[in-house]
Design a protein around this ligand. Structure first.
Ligand code: EPZ
Length: 420
């Protein structure tokens, strides 16, 4: 086990290079199951979740290697169609293999994903979508078992915007007979990237990035080379770190257009933000102004930035209201921030943050990926030393975060810890 030791009080300045998007890779990798052959995916991040998805594809018979940022997936040996509980419980995105296996092999057996730190994470939209495409789906001893001779296109409308369900249904529909339309589809850039990847493989998908996606089924798809997009959540995390610690942070190899909601809020909070084709520069505010936020599906303020935003608001000059509309109870980071001296009250899905003048270092515990990020951000400015435990959560979604933060001047190191 490891923990981070963060010594507060260092201003951040300099340049940080953004890695490939975790949530794009977790969709692109299973999509490769739709065609036999060798795929090369550039700008793939070296993360625990990417390693977990690699292991899952290998249990299905594929070969996956990552050389620097270049991932190679060889799907010619795929002959098993079961995603075991041991892997799915580590990562909910494992459910993404359901659509491709069903579409290509007519059979898939995928463990039901467990919940996570912030409440249940249903997959009813995934299952109902597959059934509407003509699959027979049963639940057997904790596994989703899906069968279909050939899927048949239809109209699917999601009652909530779902990134995962949009991606899974898109991957199921590309080889189906006729045409599938998805209404209330997710607009997230990672889903657009998945659609671009599938189209490059020979699919016929239109409307990507809009609420209505149309997928005309094709007979077969081919392996391709592709370049994944930068991680907008990693980018936002470093910008908030710069805003809270003071100084001037420049994120490069990023995509400013994917972060407009956050950049506007950072400017409202008093930061000076400039951006270009693939860079964003942030000058920290003298004083952090309180700014209310309500999370929303893309292009709204991302739920994956909510925890980091609360950390920033903990040191603002007033009160701010942060509403979490995507998940209920995604506030596990709040009690840990309160241990650092933050003044935050949570009622149902709303956190009211009263800014304080200082935070004081303490031992805190990560509960999930983005919560860990908020604790590190707070530790950058807390007086004294903050120890962040259970940082395996961080390694799921941030590539070498301590190296990148040290490169900006932070005093953070990873040490062995026997504390769980
Ligand atoms: C994706 O999760 C991301 N993960 C999450 O990022 C992100 O928080 C989430 O989208 C929302 O943006 C990946 O892309 C791997 P959803 P996903 O389906 O697809 C409900 C991170 O930190 N829902 O868009 O699982 C669901 O409960 C992770 O990188 C159903 O009710 O999220 C939630 O309230 C955390 N039934 C809402 O929809 C379903 O069948 C949005 O969830 C599916 C979802």
């Amino acid at each position: 086990m490891y923990k981070f030791i963060v010594k507060g009080g260092r201003r951040l300045s300099g340049e940080v290079s953004i890695s490939g998007a975790k949530n794009a890779s977790l969709a692109l990798m299973p999509a490769a199951l739709l065609a036999p052959g060798i795929f090369h995916i550039k700008n793939t991040p070296d993360l625990r979740d990417v390693a977990t998805m690699s292991r899952l594809l290998e249990t299905l018979g594929a070969k996956v290697t990552l050389d620097g940022k270049l991932q190679t997936i060889d799907t010619r040996g795929v002959k098993n169609f079961e995603a075991p509980y041991e892997l799915v419980k580590k990562m909910r995105a494992s459910i993404y293999v359901l659509g491709p296996l069903l579409a290509r092999y007519g059979y898939a057996k995928v463990s039901m994903p467990g919940g996570c730190a912030w409440g249940p994470r249903p997959v009813n939209l995934h299952i109902e979508g597959m059934q509407k495409l003509g699959a027979e789906v049963t639940l057997e001893a904790g596994y989703i078992v899906a069968r279909a001779k050939r899927l048949k296109g239809t109209h699917i409308s999601f009652d909530v915007s779902s990134v995962g369900a949009t991606g899974n249904i898109m991957m199921a529909a590309v080889l189906a007979e006729d045409t599938t339309t998805i209404s209330n589809a997710a607009l997230e850039p990672e889903i657009v990237a998945l659609g671009d990847f599938l189209n490059k493989m020979g699919a016929d998908i239109r409307g990507l990035g809009t609420p209505t996606i149309t997928i005309k089924g094709v007979k077969e798809l081919n392996p391709v080379d592709f370049e994944s997009l930068p991680d907008r959540i990693e980018t936002g995390t470093f910008l908030i770190a710069g805003a809270i610690a003071g100084g001037n942070v420049r994120a490069v190899n990023c995509e400013p257009d994917h972060l407009s909601a956050l950049l506007l809020k950072l400017e409202e909070a008093g930061a000076k933000v400039q951006s270009g084709k693939n860079w964003i520069e942030l000058e920290a505010p003298e004083a952090i102004r309180p700014v209310d936020v309500s999370t929303a599906p893309y292009p709204g303020f991302p739920t994956d930035m909510q925890a980091q935003w609360i950390a920033l608001m903990a040191l603002s000059t007033g009160s701010s209201v942060i509403a979490e509309t995507i998940y209920f109870d995604r506030f596990k980071h709040v009690p840990e921030l309160v241990r650092l001296g933050a003044d935050i009250e949570v009622k149902e899905n709303v956190a009211v943050v009263k800014g304080v003048r200082t935070l004081k270092g303490a031992k805190v515990m990560s509960t999930d990926l983005r919560a860990s990020a908020s604790l590190i951000i707070a530790g950058l400015v807390a007086e004294g030393t903050t120890e962040v435990l259970r940082i395996y959560h961080m390694d799921r979604g941030y590539e070498r975060i301590e190296e990148k933060l040290r490169g900006l001047g932070a005093d953070i190191e990873r040490v062995q810890s026997d504390e769980f």
